[in-house]
Design a protein around this ligand. Structure first.
Ligand SMILES: [Zn+2]
Length: 301
């Protein structure tokens, strides 16, 4: 008898030693969206996107979009960067069709971490797929955690001035689930150290105060760059193309180019929230742009 089909089986946790630290990337969830275009590069004809997709052997019409938080154990503190989608889809009518159930807590458990073990939750920026796992059913998910927000980011969403139409619900959500955490939060500026070896880097543009985090231990360096790049082909090979989810499109382009150049020049490892799992790679300069080079075994040795 022929063997039965077993269905998809794909990794959701990748953990490695990084100097004195232990780091894991965890797949919270993923969605399949229709079409790279016009959400990416909408100011260019669709034919340009089709050519780019074909050259990279991906389908321009169907896009897998993953959500991948990073957790760092420094040996002194367990620090989670972003919280995935959590219960957003179930708890908010407005997100029913746009969001997806998060699996971060369950997969953290598989990796050996309980929510109560998390000492610090760092929010890179206030978009739903990054703050969604902060609370569930009105309760905080990480009961012992303190929080870190970029000061400008927190201020922007809290004030609610100049929020573009497409982000109005995002603003409501931030006020509901993130603002109440202020009394347990620290608000940081670019350059601030949030723990020994981990400092904030300005990557604003995608959101008004988005922050990346540069993690360094024993000479190894990793940049947790949040949503600096939204897609592993388009954002690298056409960094100047606009992205509809970037709140300040021109600034996001400038930031993308600056950070791509930095990651390539300084030979950083990168953890990219929306890069294909395990969302770890390097940036290589190419003739007209850059390329995402997924990690091989570099982090295993
Ligand atoms: Zn995102």
């Amino acid at each position: 008898m022929p063997a039965s089909m077993q269905g998809e089986l794909q990794p959701t946790i990748y953990r490695f030693k990084f100097g004195d630290f232990e780091i894991a990337t965890i797949l919270d969830s993923k969605v399949v969206r229709d079409g790279l275009h016009p959400s990416h590069g909408g100011e260019h004809p669709a034919s340009e996107m089709e050519a780019l997709a074909a050259a990279n052997r991906i389908d321009a019409k169907r896009v897998e979009h993953p959500f991948i938080p990073t957790i760092v154990n420094t040996g002194k503190q367990l620090i989670l960067f972003d919280t995935g989608n959590g219960a957003l889809r179930r708890e908010h009518e407005q997100l029913r069709n746009r969001s997806v159930d998060g699996h971060l807590v369950e997969r953290l458990g598989q990796a050996g971490y309980r929510p109560a073990d998390v000492d610090v939750v760092v929010i890179t920026h206030g978009h739903p797929d990054h703050i969604g796992g902060l609370t569930e059913g009105g309760k905080v998910v990480f009961p012992n955690a303190r929080y870190v927000f970029g000061a400008a980011e927190f201020d922007f969403w809290k004030r609610g001035e100049n929020v573009r139409e497409a982000r109005k619900f995002n603003r409501e959500l931030f006020v509901k689930i993130a603002v109440p955490l202020a009394d347990r939060a620290r608000f940081v500026q670019p350059g601030d150290e949030i723990a020994g070896g981990i400092r904030a880097v300005d990557v604003s543009g995608h959101s008004p105060g988005m922050m990346a985090y540069h993690v360094e231990s024993q000479g190894k360096r990793l940049l947790i760059w949040a949503d600096t790049c939204g897609h592993y082909v388009v954002s690298f090979q056409r960094p100047e193309w606009q992205l509809d989810v970037d709140d300040d499109k021109e600034k996001a382009v400038a930031t993308r180019k600056r950070i791509l150049d930095m990651a390539a020049t300084e030979k950083l490892f990168v953890a990219g929230y929306h890069m294909p799992f395990p969302a770890l790679g390097m940036v290589e300069k190419s003739a007209n742009g850059y390329r995402w080079v997924p990690v091989g075994y570099q982090l295993n040795l």
